[in-house]
Design a protein around this ligand. Structure first.
Ligand code: PLP
Length: 481
């Protein structure tokens, strides 16, 4: 492996030439208290410009993203991010404004936020949407805080429980815990759906609501959703929809019509804004009419042709993020919605579902499919058959790297042993899907013929098999001179 940039350092070598300091020393002393002044050089890598450029270009080439290849990471909707969205979000009127500017100088931006509220309300069947939350999990927290505030306001402070199915995404119970709610887990039935009997038992006067992902994390549509809504509403609870899987239903069905009262969406998934690597996200949260007073403030309103920020909202849960959310991400998602239109969004969802069902049906001969039913936008295989031969799902994921693919999500959802969760998205061609399927089939054959090769994978990547436990427990995050 080539040397890291820090190992290339030669004392005194530099890639920059800075002008001499032109601030008199006594002036510096006056402006910056002595204890804050650096006494020693910062310990930066001492390399030339060309070495620095090569270092960063090499790193970028090692990076894997949707622009580099197929990325079937289940539950993450790694669809193509149209470049026109980037262009739009970088227009000066969007990118070069300041959040403290007066309302009259940012009418266009406020209009965009207002319109996005309208678009997303229409798509989800909600009354209003707040664009403040910075990620899906953040939307969950804001949504649950509103549910809690709603019950408290009605004098039902005893509603402190939230029902969460065992197939849920980990952020659901985590957000519920953060919102101060007690989690009641209910088991899925043999078809991977909510067990209605268990739900009836759990839904009592202490329940604040249920958190449900639809389609759920097995990629299956909760076809009992109307009955679920009836049971929870009859018990006085509300329905929270984790809408991170909205890519399967955009323009086809509406969570509001299913009976959901609150929903968050992941703009960085379903609405094509780039994500991964900790980049900025956006998790707008929408609510039905009776919860509108509790929305985070401010809310963008329109009066007499002028947009303004309404902060006078006494029942609001308050601000959940500085300013108005990750504005650039919201602009990208808005560009996507406008470019696609209602027909385009529907077509995207239909193609996402078609692609997933095609792959599932071609692969189920080679891997176990615990819930063998038509799926939505993703499906979950199990590597149990391969595990019996001594090859784990992790080994299969690592071997996929040798074939040039980002692996699917593994070991999630937790209710599937040796899970491999595959989400192809709508933006991939039939040829790409076929090539990935071929790689999965080859690996399944290798497990029978040369299991050691799979167990030792990856063989072709810059780094071999890492000690994942050590990397997680003792990460080295900073280079020190
Ligand atoms: C089903 C589901 N819910 C919630 C989330 C949380 O979204 P975020 O990662 O933006 O916080 C995810 C993200 O992976 C998800 O897949």
């Amino acid at each position: 492996m080539e040397e890291l940039i820090f190992e290339q350092c030669v004392q005194g070598r530099t890639g920059i030439s800075l002008p001499a300091v032109d601030v008199p020393e006594e002036e510096i002393d006056r402006m910056i208290p002595h204890e804050y002044l650096r006494q020693d050089p910062p310990g930066l890598p001492e390399v030339t410009e060309v070495e620095a450029v090569r270092h960063f270009v090499r790193l970028s080439q090692r990076n894997y993203g949707v622009d580099a290849g197929f990325y079937p990471l289940g539950s993450c909707t790694m669809k193509y991010n149209p470049k026109i969205n980037e262009d739009v979000s970088r227009l000066d009127g969007f990118a070069r404004i300041h959040p403290c500017q007066g309302e009259d100088s940012v009418q266009g931006c406020l209009e965009l936020l207002y319109n996005m509220d309208r678009f997303l309300s229409g798509i989800t069947g909600m009354a209003r949407v707040s664009l403040q939350p910075a990620a899906g999990a953040h939307g969950e927290l804001a949504g649950l805080m509103m549910i809690k505030a709603y019950h408290d306001h009605r004098g039902e402070k005893q509603r402190t429980r939230i029902i969460v199915p065992d197939s849920s995404h980990g952020t659901n119970p985590a957000s519920a815990q953060m919102a101060g709610l007690e989690i009641v887990e209910i088991k899925s039935n043999q078809w991977g759906r909510i067990d209605l009997g268990a739900l009836e038992q759990a839904a009592d006067g202490r329940v604040a609501g249920i958190m449900l992902t639809n389609p759920n994390t097995l990629g299956l549509f909760e076809n009992g959703i109307r009955e679920i809504a009836r049971i929870v509403h009859d018990a006085g609870g509300l329905l929270y929809n984790d809408g991170a899987n909205a890519n399967a239903i955009l323009g086809i069905s509406t969570p509001g019509d299913m009976g959901f009262d609150v929903i968050h969406l992941n703009l960085h998934k379903s609405f094509s804004a780039p994500h991964g690597g900790g980049g900025p996200g956006s998790g707008p949260v929408g609510v039905k009419e009776e919860l509108v007073p509790f929305l985070p403030r401010p809310v963008v309103e329109l009066k007499d042709g002028r947009y303004y920020l309404d902060c006078d909202r006494p029942l609001s849960i308050g601000k959940v993020r500085s300013f108005y959310g990750n504005f650039g991400v919201i602009v990208k998602a808005c560009a996507y919605i406008l470019a696609m239109g209602p027909e385009g969004l529907r077509r995207a969802a239909e193609d996402a579902v078609l692609n997933a069902n095609y792959m599932m049906n071609r692969l189920k001969e080679y891997y176990d499919l615990p819930y063998d039913q038509a799926c939505m936008h993703e499906f979950v295989l199990s590597g149990s058959r391969q595990k019996e031969k001594g090859v784990t799902t992790e080994d299969i994921a690592k071997r996929l790297l040798d074939y040039g693919y980002h692996p699917p999500t593994i070991y999630f959802p937790l209710i599937v042993k040796e899970a491999l969760m595959i989400e192809p998205t709508e933006t991939e061609s039939l040829e790409t899907l076929d090539r990935f399927i071929d790689a999965m089939i080859k690996i399944a054959r290798e497990v029978g013929q040369e299991p050691e090769k799979v167990r030792q994978a990856p063989h072709t990547t810059a780094a071999g098999r890492l000690d994942a436990v050590k990397a997680a427990r003792k990460p080295v995050l900073r280079w020190r001179p």
